[in-house]
Design a protein around this ligand. Structure first.
Ligand SMILES: Nc1ncnc2c1ncn2[C@@H]1O[C@H](COP(=O)(O)OP(=O)(O)OP(=O)(O)O)[C@@H](O)[C@H]1O
Ligand SMILES: Nc1ncnc2c1ncn2[C@@H]1O[C@H](COP(=O)(O)OP(=O)(O)OP(=O)(O)O)[C@@H](O)[C@H]1O
Ligand SMILES: [Mg+2]
Ligand SMILES: [Mg+2]
Lengths: 221, 221
């Protein structure tokens, strides 16, 4: 499903160049559940944003479903993201602040989904129930605990039943029990054929994966 | 230093009441390092915001340095926060987005500090160095990794050398090595006499504390 070939990413801040990834090459097969680990600043979120078509590499090739996405326009990338990818951001503040948990989770369904409004609402409720938030549907993000906000972000990434889920520290704010519940959900989705890559710094979480990709200073070790 | 007596907190959302803390009573002695644990939604951040004078309890008393802070005005609470308390928020997005790491960390020093501008800058640089970010001083939060942003938030809480540090999941986004470095800093500060309460869901982090306070459904167990 995923093939990265010699991916580099250099951030530019005015005159200064910050190299973040140096020639990263690996593949992820359809239906795999992989963990991505590495120390703070090693390039994990940068790698995930490239995998998620949210950012372009400085050089190298990214084949997603045999299609070279590094060649695509912004619009084409947006379509791929909407149809194929569910993304859980490291910073769960990317929930919409003035909207309820329910409306935040319904959001990905609004674009081009063939479901009726009733079906969209039911699906959003059902995925929020799955992450244990059925009593918080009407709350806005500021009326939720950190871990509850993180679970809304997770639910939002799952609601479209994407072929690929990319999760950046999805359990960073969750206690042990909630973390296990989330990883159990990921394992169920993976058993249904969904490909999943989880960035995590916790060994206990990485243990759920079939394989661990480790980054150090922007390179796969 | 800290004495909580029968603290309750009920959030109100229109007609609905959400009880978050039910009669919490405990004390923290000056110079202690305590961990606060509990599952997602159990009331930890709510408790910490009351301890940090960022929010008022619905009922009960909070004595900080033998002063009943539940009786104080908003201005008086703000003065206490600035002088005595360093707060690391669970959501490290409360850094100012259009300001560099350095300026974010200098911020608490701007109010009523007797240091010269040069001394303020030096101290901010020194605490950023302590958390391993001396090569990221000019970066804005969006140009930093999640763990780097979290470390800026930690540095900002330390720069005023407060008597009390309250940290909400300070290592949630940090790898093992960075987490250990941060906890080593907290232990050093604690050895210097600073009282510290750390909310964490990780057993490894709680192990650094002398005592663990556990919350379940808004009560101390
Ligand atoms: N402003 C608010 N309005 C209504 N309910 C709220 C508000 N803030 C928090 N809550 C609710 O209060 C409860 C306690 O929240 P709190 O943030 O203290 O939990 P927590 O223990 O820090 O959880 P986590 O580990 O997930 O960060 C949660 O059930 C949450 O939904
Ligand atoms: N927009 C940017 N401009 C400049 N440098 C950046 C930018 N975004 C990230 N960086 C730098 O690139 C490096 C990699 O960042 P990245 O967010 O990928 O790390 P990470 O492995 O996710 O770290 P963490 O575990 O702390 O979340 C970091 O050193 C960071 O400072
Ligand atoms: Mg990251
Ligand atoms: Mg919390």
């Amino acid at each position: 499903l995923i093939s990265l070939e010699n991916i580099t990413k250099i951030y530019r801040m005015g005159e200064v160049e910050i190299p973040a990834l140096h020639g990263v090459t690996f593949h992820i097969d359809t239906g795999e559940l992989v963990a991505i680990m590495g120390s703070s600043g090693s390039g994990k979120s940068t790698l995930l944003s490239i995998l998620g078509c949210l950012d372009r590499p400085t050089s190298g090739r990214y084949l997603l479903d045999d299609q070279d996405v590094t060649m695509l326009s912004g619009d084409a990338l947006a379509r791929i993201r909407n149809r194929k990818i569910g993304f859980v951001f490291q910073n769960f503040n990317l929930l919409l602040a003035r909207t309820s948990a329910l409306e935040n989770v319904e959001l990905p369904l609004l674009y081009g989904s063939r479901l009726s409004n009733r079906e969209k609402r039911d699906r959003a409720v059902s995925v929020l129930r799955r992450v244990g938030l059925e009593e918080r549907l009407r709350h806005h993000p500021s009326q939720l605990s950190g871990g509850q906000q993180q679970r809304v972000a997770i639910a939002r990434a799952l609601v479209n039943r994407p072929a690929l889920i990319l999760a950046d520290e999805p359990t960073g704010n969750l206690d042990t029990k909630s973390s296990r519940e989330i990883m159990a959900i990921f394992k169920e989705l993976n058993a249904e054929g969904i490909t999943i890559a989880v960035v995590t710094h916790e060994e206990d979480i990485a243990r759920y994966a079939q394989r661990v990709i480790t980054l150090r200073d922007g390179e796969v070790v």
